[in-house]
Design a protein. Structure first.
Length: 170
């Protein structure tokens, strides 16, 4: 297995959950290789870990199912079992089930230069978690006990979705 294939499989298993799909291009972007959608397709075709690594959840950007190393009927059945509606080889509710954002667990906190609280996410990205009523209501941010109780909370990580590099402390 190549490092590229391993990254595809690990990312797919971790980030694309039952009842959702991702496009070949979307997975390529998620692993930091935005132009490698054909290589992602090739990796899915060689997936030795199916169905634990759910390559059946990777589809074309048109909502069509795309290929499948095994019988395409198996891909269709697996998706339908997960609640995906398919008609004539296309996902009916494609935009509703398309995975476009990634959730990552909070593993710690620190304060920035302005004393605002920043969540440290498992992916290596940082995200502000302000309590700034009336716009943002997060009273748990204010007290240490609140922050500690939210370790493990999963937040949308736009930086992962965009394929951004990990954040670093200055």
């Amino acid at each position: 297995m190549t490092p590229f294939q391993k990254k595809c499989y690990e990312t797919l298993k971790r980030d694309v959950h039952s009842g959702s799909v991702i496009t070949y291009a979307g997975l390529a972007k998620l692993i930091g290789h935005p132009n490698a959608h054909r290589a992602v397709g090739s990796a899915m075709n060689k997936n030795p870990f199916a169905p634990e690594v759910p390559c059946h959840r990777v589809v074309k950007s048109t909502g069509e199912l795309g290929g499948f190393a095994q019988d395409i009927k198996i891909k269709r059945r697996r998706l339908q079992k997960e609640g995906i509606k398919i008609h004539k080889g296309k996902i009916v509710n494609f935009k509703d089930v398309l995975s476009t954002s990634v959730k990552r667990a909070i593993i710690g906190f620190h304060q920035d230069d302005l004393a605002d609280w920043v969540a440290e996410l498992e992916c290596g990205h940082f995200q502000h978690v302000r309590h700034d009523p009336p716009w943002i209501i997060r009273p748990w941010v204010i007290k240490k006990s609140g922050r500690v109780s939210n370790i493990g909370l999963r937040l949308h990580c736009k930086k992962c979705t965009d394929g951004a590099p990990k954040d670093t402390f200055k």
